[in-house]
Design a binder for this molecule. Structure first.
Ligand code: PBG
Length: 328
């Protein structure tokens, strides 16, 4: 029976009113923009698999800083593409490694920019796996040592926060302890806690040159079937000292963003990964969808699910959309 006193449409009658009653409020302050730094000079090249995103050599990072400032984005997460790789990924913790160079450069150009670093081995190992191999599998405990060294070298280079994405057991504790022993008690850890073995990372692996040369990442990244296990991973990271928990990918995993938000008190980040971005770009190019609309709507849904922080290749465009009031 229609109760004609209760009319939800009443609150949808004008744009002004709809903006007044939005349940989900978004700030550009919650956006983090992923950046790819490559070894070399004079490299400023659009990434084929991620249209609108670039490879920057350190001397070209001023272009990224300018673009970020233009859009009011002041948080980035860095990924590195080294010139040389080896079996154990030693480039990851080299004092003059590519991420370390990138951090110093950004801090020199824009000290106010908040620099997070991705801590992982896959861009630095010749085999493309996220750690030290033992036979054809990644040795968890040996990998902890190199991850810890890597995080420490990022902190020494001036990183503001480290974000381990390798999915080894115990890496948050290992990183926390090496940072603390070396006077970096105040460097937070954003843990890629519920990171799934996902086909949505395809364009990233092309961009970062980090596809595994054999096998896949299913012995360390999570099985997409498992939601309870994702909460267990979050719980473990909380006990190991993580400061921020992350769910990755985002759009197909919003149930877990929601659940993590309900269960834990820490800030929850979600990562709208390369495949999510590339799909929107490709569909828009094919004339199938409205890119701006889909970008806005997807982001709103991530926040509505419970994300406090959004890591996205659309950070600059979303910051503008939020300021215009199209979302947020
Ligand atoms: C490194 C890492 C990956 C991503 C973030 N950190 C790739 C992977 O795990 O294979 C994916 C990000 C994206 O797809 O945008 N391990």
């Amino acid at each position: 029976m229609f109760n004609d006193i209760i009319r939800p449409r009443r609150l949808r009658t004008s744009d002004n009113l709809r903006r007044l009653v939005r349940e989900t409020r978004i700030s550009p302050e919650s956006l983090i923009w992923p950046i790819f730094v490559v070894e070399g000079e004079n490299i400023y090249q659009e990434i084929e698999s991620l249209p609108g995103q670039y490879h920057y050599s350190p001397d070209q990072l001023y272009r990224m800083v300018e673009r970020a400032q233009e859009h009011g984005v002041s948080r980035v997460i860095l990924f590195g593409l080294p010139k040389d790789k080896d079996e154990c990924g030693s480039g990851a913790w080299a004092e003059d490694g590519i991420v370390q160079q990138g951090i110093r450069k950004i801090k020199e150009l824009a000290p106010e920019m908040y620099v997070v670093t991705d801590v992982c081995m896959c861009e630095y190992t010749s085999h493309g796996h996220c750690g030290i191999l033992c036979g054809r599998d990644v040795d968890n405990d040996k990998t902890l040592e190199v991850l810890a060294k890597t995080a420490l070298s990022h902190a020494r280079a001036g990183a503001d926060m480290v974000a381990p994405s390798d999915m080894m057991d115990g890496r948050v504790a290992a990183i926390r302890s090496i940072l603390d022993e070396n006077g970096f008690q105040n460097i937070p850890i954003m843990a890629y806690s519920a990171k799934f073995a996902s086909y949505f990372y395809g364009p990233f692996r092309e961009a970062a040159g980090s596809a595994p040369s054999f096998g896949d990442r299913r012995s360390y990244q999570m099985d997409p079937h498992n939601g309870r296990e994702a909460m267990r991973e979050c719980e473990l990271d909380v006990t190991e000292g993580a400061d921020i928990l992350m769910v990755k990918p985002a759009l197909a995993y919003l149930d877990l963003v929601h659940e993590a938000r309900q269960r834990f008190d820490l800030p929850i980040a979600c990562y709208a990964v390369s495949g999510e971005y590339a799909m929107v770009k490709a569909a828009a190019k094919a004339g199938l969808i409205d890119e701006y609309g889909v970008m806005c709507e997807s982001a709103v849904c991530m926040y509505r699910a419970g994300a406090d922080i959004l890591i996205t290749y659309y950070a600059c465009e979303l910051a503008d959309a939020i300021r215009k009031g199209d979302i947020g």
